[in-house]
Design a protein around this ligand. Structure first.
Ligand SMILES: Nc1nc2c(c(=O)[nH]1)N[C@H]1C(S)=C(S)[C@@H](COP(=O)(O)O)O[C@H]1N2
Ligand SMILES: [Mo]
Length: 227
């Protein structure tokens, strides 16, 4: 609802449309930003974390792309598990599919409200692999060695997905085709694109951005941006 109203207002005002990196992004106006900040999530936190502004759609943030084909996709679920397995794209589609609407927050300060995703819960993949009690962290592994680390407890939240559709379409290449991680409640760098593995670890393993000065946890409401 807010998205649509915001969008119409921005169009009516004829402002807020700018070109970034060759694509067009719609920036919501200040009034929409304040409205979003006043909205509360069921957990009581603001829909808009501190010092974020609104975009209508994900902005492609780059990274070293992996093979975008569904045919080439393979996800290794391994580490502190009793039954490690590798799953292909067809296998992923055979798992229970979750359709969800959630907000995402990038550390570069943009937020997209009410984004639509389809995917499989990390919790369901963890259950299938029979994660051992010794596991404490989840390491998302992606093409060309990109990784991100998330506390096991947080990775098992029902809104954490291995996602293959965004806004009703297969994931586009710049957004991680064919499959990416989606961890809505942490800054978006935790959501590894072109995912290749989920490693359940007894110890923490800071990932690509975490060893480059970004915060190890990345809570947008605490503004855990830097280390
Ligand atoms: N494999 C991989 N995943 C990645 C990245 C990357 O460079 N490589 N960048 C991260 C960062 S910093 C962000 S903000 C989001 C951006 O996702 P988007 O391009 O779909 O907006 O992807 C995250 N996942
Ligand atoms: Mo990012």
């Amino acid at each position: 609802m807010l998205d649509r109203r915001t969008f119409m207002r921005v169009l009516a005002a004829g402002t807020g449309i700018c070109a970034l990196g060759g694509a067009t992004y719609v920036l919501a106006d200040e009034k929409a930003r304040r409205e979003a900040a006043a909205l509360k999530r069921p957990d009581g936190r603001s829909r808009l974390p501190p010092n974020q502004y609104l975009l209508q759609r994900l902005r492609a943030m780059g990274g070293s792309e992996g093979d975008p084909s569904a045919k080439g996709f393979s996800l290794k679920v391994h580490g502190e598990v009793e039954q490690p397995f590798t799953i292909d794209f067809a296998g992923l589609l055979e798992m229970p599919q979750v359709e969800q609407v959630c907000d995402v927050h990038c550390v570069t300060k943009w937020t997209v409200l009410d984004s639509h995703w389809t995917g499989v819960r990390v919790a369901d993949l963890a259950a299938r692999a029979k994660v051992k009690k010794s596991a404490r962290h989840v390491i998302f592994e992606a093409a060309h060695g990109y990784t991100s680390n998330v506390l096991l407890r947080e990775a098992l939240a029902p809104n954490v997905l291995i996602a293959h559709r965004y806004e009703g379409s297969p994931l586009a290449r710049p957004h991680g085709a064919p499959v990416r991680a989606l961890v809505p409640d942490l800054y978006f760098w935790k959501s590894a694109k072109w995912i290749t593995g989920i490693y359940f670890s007894p110890v923490d393993r800071p990932g690509y951005w975490e060893v480059r000065g970004y915060n190890n946890h990345a809570d947008p409401w605490k503004e855990e941006r830097y280390g």
